[in-house]
Ligand binder design. Structure first.
Ligand code: GDP
Length: 197
């Protein structure tokens, strides 16, 4: 897929205030610092469409972008902020959960995982919740340039094995790097193929 246009539409905290259109929506989520903003900027070929933030948890909003006038890319807040207080964390969880469960336009949720780390409880719980809730999702490993090929394969196999402890069928998996563009085409082509279905 070629990206001919990518523009910010709206940020909000309330799923009922998301754009009132029928366009398919692809949302991105992950723990803060996973590389979500960098990936969104790489996918859209824009330097700063999504705000890369040095302060974890700075982006606490549901952010809509319109791509090629055809689909919405949605940047969801990171989950599991160590720094945020419980009240703030609960509020965020509710916002994310209502978007994921209520937003009918949501076509696929991309869950970002840093390929360097072992499977983390918070990600596994989230993924299991998505599976139980019947949400269509894929897993996107980020920062692949930070590992050697063999270590990368080892980590991804270990992750899949962990998921297979719970699920017979694995979701689609993408391996990406915002530094060298790995996985960009595959991910965009995947979105294209769903849009054309
Ligand atoms: P976010 O908090 O999930 O939006 O993460 P950011 O996109 O702000 O990235 C967090 C940090 O990881 C920044 O210092 C990025 O430069 C770095 N980073 C993100 N993606 C990659 C990647 O693919 N490769 C490398 N080497 N660094 C990355």
């Amino acid at each position: 897929m070629n990206i001919s246009s990518a523009d910010f539409v709206i940020s909000n905290v309330d799923v009922s205030k998301c754009p009132d259109t029928k366009l398919p929506e692809y949302a991105f989520i992950g723990r803060s610092n996973v590389g979500k903003s960098s990936l969104i900027n790489t996918l859209t070929n824009r330097k700063s469409l999504a705000m890369t933030s040095s302060k974890p948890g700075k982006t606490l909003l549901i952010n809509h972008f319109i791509i090629n006038s055809e689909w919405h890319l949605v940047d969801l807040p990171g989950y599991g902020f160590a720094q945020a207080g419980k009240g703030q964390r609960d509020k965020l969880r509710k916002m994310i959960e209502s978007y994921i469960l209520l937003r009918q336009q949501l076509t696929n949720l991309f869950v970002l995982i840093d390929c360097r780390h072992e499977a983390q409880q918070i990600d596994l719980e989230f993924i299991n919740w998505l599976g139980e809730s019947g949400v269509p999702f894929s897993i996107v490993f980020t920062k692949a340039d930070k590992l050697s090929g063999s270590k990368l394969n080892e980590n991804i196999s270990a992750y899949k094995t962990k998921l297979q402890e719970v699920w017979d069928e694995l979701p689609p998996v993408f391996i990406t790097s915002s530094s060298n563009g790995k996985g960009r085409e595959e991910l965009l082509d995947y979105i294209d193929s769903i849009n054309k279905d």
